[in-house]
Ligand binder design. Structure first.
Ligand SMILES: [Zn+2]
Length: 420
């Protein structure tokens, strides 16, 4: 590419980087569509960053393998601008919105819906051990998946980091007038969330709140409004009275929320009514099933349904960042950046906090958001009550947001929205 021929109209700031750092020294150009127009695929940006998008300068690959071209070799500079062979905003969206999964992810999931329907219809008839067995068979390949990175993926964060460093080097800036990620100089953010699945879990909530309080955490409880258990006004009030937060978890937890667009819109209407009734600001999708583009039909301020790396989940993928970000429609996403207790207990067959400790280290290093999911339904049986709560506090001191999930969401929103 001849940098002299780049039209001025193609010089613009990378919006995604500006939102992230609230500073955009990068004036960059997206190349005129060339030989690879329209074709999206995987490539690298340095050794440890995987990208998905199109490139004007090198090939892109349909899957992650050992021979991905490195886009870093094709970066050019003009004056103090970086010339990238790819559109960084598009790459960031592709990763955060799981668009790299393309056909293989969401659509494969929908295509498999016949099997899934059969499974859900049979499920009540299957014993717990057979269900676990089937899940394990389905998830058995989890450690062979090359991307996103296990146990935490920071591709988006590392991509932005690398661009900022390049921009600084090229423009001779030694220090960045950069506004810190979290309020009051906090190092990172930790939130604890509880999905209530069954009557037993519901009835265990007051005990869970005791354990949370002992650890100094105000968590959020994601309630399933229909079919699973009765949700009395008194139950909701008992959570509110203790300063905990109530969110909505799907509609009835049948695993079909995103099955068809028409059905989804009908369910969304009911979910929105429950949101009002519960005074809920946040949403989590049952079983972490998701269609990123549909969340905007739900009236919530924030969402908790997108895993950072989904290997042990029924729906694979992951948003490849440890930072909150906007979903289409400006719903703030607080991604699930650590592995949920259910998967640790039932897929990995562990009752230890080792994995969480590993994940916490990686997220802390990136000053990110640590989201924990503990089900009251499963910790009933867990030895050493409160162990997981204590680990969830591992970021303390210096961690913002453990007061309340809603506060973290508001803090995150202003963090992403703030103009420099
Ligand atoms: Zn659930």
């Amino acid at each position: 590419m001849d940098v002299e021929t780049i039209p001025l109209s193609q010089i613009r700031r990378a919006k995604s980087v500006e939102q992230y750092y609230r500073y955009a020294p990068i004036v960059r150009e997206f190349p005129a569509p060339g030989k690879s127009e329209g074709v999206q695929g995987f490539f690298r940006f340095g050794d440890d960053v995987i990208c998905f998008g199109q490139s004007s300068e090198h090939a892109v690959f349909p899957s992650v393998n050992g021979h991905l071209p490195d886009s870093l070799d094709h970066v050019q500079t003009v004056d103090s601008s970086i010339i990238l062979p790819f559109d960084v905003d598009l790459v960031a969206d592709n990763l955060r919105y799981e668009r790299y999964e393309g056909l293989s992810g969401w659509q494969k999931w929908v295509q498999a819906s016949v099997l899934r329907d059969v499974y859900y219809r049979l499920r009540p008839l299957l014993s717990v051990s057979i269900r676990k067995h089937l899940q394990k068979a389905y998830l058995r390949d989890w450690h062979t998946i090359p991307f996103p990175n296990w146990p935490v993926d920071r591709s988006v964060d590392l991509l932005f980091e690398r661009l900022i460093v390049l921009a600084m080097r090229f423009s001779g800036i030694a220090r960045l007038p950069f506004i810190w990620f979290w309020p009051d100089g906090y190092n990172a953010c930790a939130i604890l969330t509880h999905d209530v699945e069954t009557t037993a879990g519901r009835d265990f909530c007051s005990r869970v709140m005791d354990l949370d309080d002992a650890a100094g955490i105000k968590a959020s409880f994601q309630i399933v409004p229909e079919k699973r258990y009765t949700v009395s006004a008194g139950y909701l009030q008992s959570i509110r009275d203790r300063g905990f937060e109530i969110n909505v978890q799907g509609l009835d937890h049948d695993g079909n929320l995103f099955g068809s667009r028409r059905e989804f819109l009908k369910s969304a209407e009911r979910i929105n009514r429950y949101a009002e009734q519960y005074r809920a600001r946040g949403f989590r999708s049952p079983i972490l099933y998701r269609n990123i583009d549909w969340f905007q039909d739900l009236n919530f301020s924030y969402d908790l349904s997108v895993p950072n790396v989904a290997r042990l989940e029924a729906q694979r993928g992951g948003c490849c960042t440890v930072m909150p970000f906007f979903l289409p429609g400006r719903v703030i996403e607080l991604p699930l950046t650590t592995t949920e207790d259910y998967s640790i207990f039932n897929v990995l067959n562990e009752y230890s906090t080792t994995l969480w400790k590993q994940q916490i280290q990686i997220i802390l290093a990136g000053h990110g958001l640590m989201t924990f999911l503990i089900h009251p339904d499963y910790v009933i049986f867990c030895k050493g009550s409160g162990r997981f709560q204590r680990i969830a506090r591992a970021g303390e001191p210096g961690t913002f947001g453990s007061k309340c999930v809603g506060d973290a969401a508001e803090g995150s929103r202003s963090m992403v929205e703030a103009e420099k």
